[in-house]
Design a protein around this ligand. Structure first.
Ligand code: SAH
Ligand code: SF4
Ligand code: F3S
Length: 466
């Protein structure tokens, strides 16, 4: 077959992800499900017959991004049409769920709008939109989309490399008053153990060494076990640690209220459970936490941090913060700064509160002026960056296990990941890729580390002594 004949037979899909890691995972599954329909995945929208924007609704700026992107996509679609080629455009993800038909009204370029619980129906929806553009599916169906979505293709699992995400839980019943996720992702659902195990075993067989379990409230996981009982996240982690080839496990994102004793103990008992934990607290003020409906106090969080550090003293804690939530006073903000100083985070995401339509927070009194939000954000960011730098520097001189993933930018340099997630650059033979090798950390920047292979460091020490 000539190359041109091949091209006319194969359609191409381009998926762009915004927002959280669950969207990244979902984008891969959407590419997989379209793969079963003869679509290959491409890296640029210009090459695609189907362009999917997998969107995020968490803050106003994230949600608005999709409309500017749709402006660019319109140009691509029109240019393709001028050359006689039809391009279809879909909006998926959390903006799709939240805005539904409104998107089609606002942006005529859009052929289909698909919410996160309908991705298994994508081929059918694309076919329908090919006949009549403007298809919208934002139902929360009762069937299990994970059961219907195809297992990741062999080629894709091979291409994924050494680390992979696996969604184990989706949705949220917590209803924090600032947050859209319970509305865009629906109620909490846990995938059954056998499904997760099959996916992880497949990933391991294709060379994956590190798996991150994903969920909006991943530590609330309560999936059906093979023998009919319910399994906790801790029990799932213990089981996955036994999968041959899987050397490292992580999970994200956790809610402080769901850090059960067995999960804390897993951080003590499971060597393959990496010593880093993302544990969003949002605020250090109990009064603000109450208005946020977080259902935990400042002291609950501090006590929890103590329990976790008792189980795993070297754990690197990271967190999320919102500043300028309605009613946040100077004293409330001082409490947040104080909590950060007390805990000492390895890193943190900081956000200015963004009022989201339909959430209780958007109706609350005590609006904080944007200038004050920005001032607080800068103060918090400065503190967090200093802590991040200090954490990185605390690793200098230590020997840590690095999972080597790829060649670095400089000749002879390989890049791997520390147990604490930061990338590490090391001069090493390319044969280290895929292995976990002890490395002595020699230098620290805010976002990455430098090191030498521990074996080399040992040789250097011997030579120096001679
Ligand atoms: N499920 C996770 C977080 C999901 S959203 C959890 O429970 O923590 C990721 C982060 O975005 C949140 O932790 C919060 O810090 C931030 N965020 C969510 N809604 C926001 C809003 N309306 N304004 C600003 N930041 C927000
Ligand atoms: Fe949003 Fe709160 Fe649910 Fe996290 S726990 S997804 S912040 S409602
Ligand atoms: Fe955004 Fe939806 Fe994730 S709102 S953060 S893409 S769950």
């Amino acid at each position: 077959m000539s190359e041109t004949a091949e091209k006319t037979q194969t359609k191409a899909v381009y998926v762009k992800s915004y927002g959280c890691q669950m969207n990244v995972y979902d984008s891969q599954r959407m590419a997989d499900v379209m793969g079963t329909e003869g679509y290959r995945e491409v890296a640029t929208p210009e090459e695609a017959d189907l362009i999917l924007l997998n969107t995020c609704h968490i803050r106003e700026r994230a949600a608005e991004k999709v409309y500017s992107e749709l402006g660019r996509v319109r140009v691509i679609k029109e240019e393709a049409r001028a050359r006689g080629r039809k391009v279809m455009v879909g909006v998926t993800g959390c903006v799709a769920q939240a805005e539904g038909e409104e998107i089609v009204r606002r942006a005529k370029v859009v052929d289909l709008v698909v919410g996160p619980q309908s991705y298994h129906r994508l081929p059918d929806l694309v076919a329908r939109a090919g006949v009549t553009p403007g298809v919208v599916d934002t139902e929360f169906p009762v069937e299990d989309k994970f059961k219907v979505l195809p297992a990741a293709s062999e080629a894709r699992t091979r291409a994924r490399g050494l680390t992979a995400f696996v969604t184990v839980q989706e949705g949220c019943d917590k209803f924090c008053t600032f947050c859209v996720v319970p509305y865009t992702r629906g109620a909490e659902v846990s995938r059954p153990i056998t499904q997760i195990l099959a996916e992880v075993e497949k990933l391991a067989a294709s060379g994956v060494r590190e798996v991150t379990l994903l969920g909006q409230n991943v530590n609330a996981y309560h999936g059906a076990g093979p023998e009919g009982s319910e399994w906790t996240l801790a029990r799932l982690l213990h089981r996955l640690a036994d999968v041959p080839g899987i050397a490292r496990l992580r999970y994200t994102t956790s809610h402080p209220r769901e850090m059960s004793d067995d999960l804390v103990a897993a951080h003590r008992d499971l060597a393959s459970l990496m010593p880093s934990l993302h544990l969003p607290v949002q605020s250090g003020s109990t009064a603000v936490l109450k208005r946020m409906n977080r259902k935990h106090t400042r002291d609950d969080y501090l006590r929890l941090v103590d329990r976790i550090r008792q189980a795993r003293p070297d754990i690197a804690l990271t967190s999320d913060f919102i500043v300028g939530f309605p009613g946040e006073s100077d004293a409330d903000f001082a409490d947040t700064m104080d909590l950060v100083r007390q805990v000492g985070f390895a890193a943190a995401y900081t956000f200015a509160y963004s009022a989201r339509p339909g959430t209780p927070g958007a109706e609350m009194d005590g609006h904080v002026a944007e200038s004050l939000q920005t001032e607080r954000l800068h103060a918090l960011q400065a503190l967090v960056t200093a802590q991040q730098q200090a954490f990185q520097e605390s690793l200098i001189g230590r020997t840590v296990d690095i999972l080597f993933e790829k060649a670095g930018r400089k000749p002879g340099q390989m890049v791997g990941r520390s147990p604490y997630l930061s990338p590490v650059q090391v001069i090493a033979p390319s044969s280290v890729i895929g292995s976990i090798v002890p490395v002595r950390i020699t230098g620290a920047k805010t976002n990455s580390l430098d090191g030498v292979l521990a074996a080399d460091a040992h040789m250097m020490a011997v030579h120096a002594a001679e």
